[in-house]
Design a protein around this ligand. Structure first.
Ligand SMILES: [Ca+2]
Length: 176
């Protein structure tokens, strides 16, 4: 179900700020366009640091560029004070981990298994979007049908080539 139906009155200033941040990220990353819908349509490869409060996805044209950024291998894009990050999970728009439809890489400041735990709603471009997932660094993920961990959930997944009933309908997640 669309997040809009769950939360019929989103805070417009927050939404506008998110779109602006995504726009800036896209310009820096070189993908080009602006809105969450355009991120979706462009099959962008985005990285979100879930350990930072209110962080926005950084988006790139290619999966390799996104992974370089996620693992801080790409010096040119890294702020000098950036902390090391680890990949927690990669979500794919398509089944079978096909990156061509766009990806969302979730990173944190530590892996799982040592108490790492995160939860969030999917940003606009990634709501009702994921079809497959792979997790890393001791993590697993639970995907929920609605925002704020509501509705049905997938159970704890470390890897799934096809989310089945949950394809294109999940709106929030937990990782630990
Ligand atoms: Ca999809």
């Amino acid at each position: 179900m669309k997040a809009r139906a769950i939360n019929p009155r989103p805070r417009p200033l927050v939404a506008a700020a998110s779109v602006l941040t995504i726009l800036i990220s896209l310009l820096i990353g070189g993908v080009g366009s602006a809105t969450a819908d355009e991120i979706r349509a462009s099959n962008a490869h985005c990285v979100l640091d879930v350990s930072l409060r209110d962080s926005a996805p950084q988006c790139y044209r290619t999966f390799d560029q996104a992974q370089d950024s996620a693992q801080h291998h790409s010096g040119a894009r890294q702020p000098s004070n950036a902390a090391a990050s680890v990949v927690l999970a990669v979500l794919y728009n398509y089944s079978n981990w096909q990156a061509s439809g766009g990806t969302l890489t979730l990173t944190g400041n530590t892996g799982c298994g040592g108490g790492g735990y995160w939860t969030n709603n999917f940003a606009g471009g990634f709501n009702d979007w994921a079809n497959s997932v792979e997790t890393y660094n001791g993590c697993g993920i639970v995907l929920w049908e609605h925002a704020n961990l509501a509705g049905r959930n997938t159970g704890y997944l470390t890897s799934s080539s096809d989310l089945g009933w949950a394809n294109n309908i999940t709106s929030s997640w937990q990782i630990w």
